[in-house]
Design a protein around this ligand. Structure first.
Ligand code: HXC
Length: 510
């Protein structure tokens, strides 16, 4: 017994050392934590249970049989975040650059299978160079198995990927199939092939940061959903996100004690929308004044800023918010905004998170750049996502709801459950000036006549009442009572039951 215990201690110590002191020091020198240190920050203290610490790779080519390191470059197991179970794996860059061997893949697959079987979220911390080159197809096969499990778990349990170092190949493709990707600024990179391969193949000279740094992926490619300044901040934000998410697609929405009152009145919202319809205002002010304690977790904050997406709580329960942002491009819907919001709406629907939509949208963005870029297809994604969603949907039009964008933004026609408008709402095919110029084209030149027609159009359509007369708007509400209305609405809709017709799956325009 004593002998076994001594052996156990020795083996554990060896495994904990990963690639050795020198490589750990190199990791620290880059302001990065080691895999185990990261898990300590991510999980509740003392809650981590590690699996497969002694697994070694089975590679024999290129001298690999002489380089076996217990754990083989990935730390796996489970633990809790504020008491709720999560499965985790953390790539250990100090061991073969965190690359994935057949044995390493087996460890991740075990965790994926357990997470799915036990219906709990899985979080992967990535810091790795993809399939282990020395193992060839055995490693590729390993990644294929991981990908397959990503697909099967999609929509069943939340899957979160955190990119915490240079990542390539399978270590970016597996994250790409998960629900959310977060990065660490200045120390994490994502690319299918690194700068050296780029140079060889295309003769293009590019740095890792330019090719796949956090700023590229949060602002241009939209691969990443957010980025933070360092490892610790990133991991603490992941704890915050997990607190907001249900454990699986059949679990209740998490509920926490809220210090906020459901019927809190916000008088300042009555003056949020400027008198001048062309003047912007910050829709985030409305979101922050609506959610419990002003606590909002934004998704893709730096990309397609003309639409805001993220999670907050009302009466302690998670709600997904989608809101046009008049501060950026007047809140117009373009391809990027449509894709961003569509993906968010689908996540909420998959995990039964109610959706609150704030609408102030002048329409879709016209022009060749958008049309050539597939605006029709991308806009259709958002239309489709709202139309298929069966979760509670509450929509509030604060100002403009023009044209096709009126339909798209969780309108009554797309099974919006509660559709409210502020008195400042304008629901029409387009703004008055454009409308009159088209309808009365023949009278062009008659400035006085056109001004009168414009006024007539404004009086008739630029109010919430034409839509309300038809029942497309359930009620015109005062801005100050928005939170109270939403809270009551969400309570009303808690037992909402709505199912789409059976199908294998839909065919959303991808
Ligand atoms: C084996 C690897 C490795 C890999 C890195 N290492 N990637 N070993 N297989 N895939 C090793 C390095 O040899 C090195 O070992 C150590 O990890 C650290 O790597 P460095 O290159 O020194 O680090 P850095 O300069 O920070 O660059 C990191 C990197 C780069 C950008 C990830 O290593 C890289 O480009 N690696 C190859 C990426 C790649 O092409 N992977 C295969 C993808 S195919 P020593 O002992 O020298 O310190 C794939 C299939 C999936 O994944 C299918 C997708 C659909």
């Amino acid at each position: 017994m004593k002998h076994v215990l001594a052996e156990l201690e020795k083996r554990r110590a060896e495994a904990r050392l990963g690639g050795g002191e020198k490589r750990i020091a190199a990791q620290h020198a880059k302001a990065k934590l080691t895999a185990r240190e990261r898990l300590e920050v991510l999980l509740d203290e003392g809650s981590f249970e590690e699996f497969d610490m002694y697994v070694e790779h089975r590679g024999t080519d290129f001298g690999m049989e002489k380089t076996k390191i217990p754990g083989d470059g990935v730390v796996t197991g489970w633990g809790t975040i504020n008491g709720r179970t999560v499965f985790v794996f953390a790539k250990d860059f100090t061991v073969f650059g965190g690359s994935l061997s057949e044995a390493h893949a087996g460890k991740i697959m075990k965790i994926q299978d357990m997470a799915l079987k036990n219906r709990a979220p899985i979080i992967g911390l990535f810091d790795a160079g993809g399939a282990r080159i020395q193992e060839g197809v055995a490693a590729l096969g390993g990644y294929g198995e991981v990908f397959q499990r990503n697909v099967l778990a999609s929509g069943v349990i939340p899957q979160i990927s955190v990119i915490m170092g240079p990542c390539a190949g399978g270590d970016v493709y597996s994250p790409a199939m998960t629900d959310f990707i977060f990065m660490v600024r200045d120390s994490s990179y994502m690319f299918v092939t690194g700068p050296d391969v780029v140079k060889t193949v295309t003769n293009e000279t590019v740095t890792a940061e330019e090719l796949g740094g956090a700023s590229i992926h949060t602002t241009r490619s939209s691969i990443a959903d957010g980025a933070y300044d360092n490892d610790v901040e990133t991991l603490l934000e992941m704890r915050r996100l997990i607190d907001l998410l249900p454990l699986n697609n059949r679990a209740e929405i998490p509920e926490i004690d809220s210090f906020d009152t459901a019927d809190r009145i916000e008088m300042s919202l009555d003056t949020l929308v400027p008198d001048n319809a062309n003047k912007p205002y910050d829709i985030k002010e409305l979101i922050l004044k609506t959610v419990d304690e002003g606590d909002f977790f934004e998704i893709q904050a730096a990309f397609a800023k003309n639409i805001v997406t993220g999670f907050g709580r009302i009466e302690g329960r998670t709600v997904g918010f989608v809101a046009n942002q008049p501060m950026v491009l007047a809140g117009v819907l373009d391809s990027d905004a449509s894709r961003k919001a569509a993906r968010f709406v689908r996540f909420c629907d998959a995990f039964s998170i109610p959706i609150v939509t704030f609408v102030d949208v002048p329409g879709f963005l016209p022009g060749t750049a958008q049309e050539y870029g597939g605006l029709i297809k991308h806009g259709a994604k958002l239309l489709f996502a709202y139309g298929e969603a069966t979760v509670p949907k509450i929509t509030i039009i604060t100002r403009k709801a023009y044209g096709g964008a009126y339909d798209v933004m969780a309108s009554k026609h797309l099974r919006g459950d509660l559709n409210y408008a502020w008195p400042s709402a304008q629901i029409a095919v387009m703004g008055a000036k454009g409308a009159v110029e088209i309808i009365f084209r023949a009278q062009n030149g008659d400035a006085e006549g056109l001004a009168a027609r414009t006024k007539e159009y404004e009086d008739r359509f630029l109010s919430p009442f034409v839509a309300a007369e038809r029942g497309y708007i359930d009620e015109v509400i005062m801005p100050h009572s928005t939170r109270r209305r939403i809270a009551r609405g969400l309570r009303l809709l808690r037992n909402k039951s709505l199912e789409n017709p059976w199908k294998k799956h839909d065919n959303i325009p991808l």
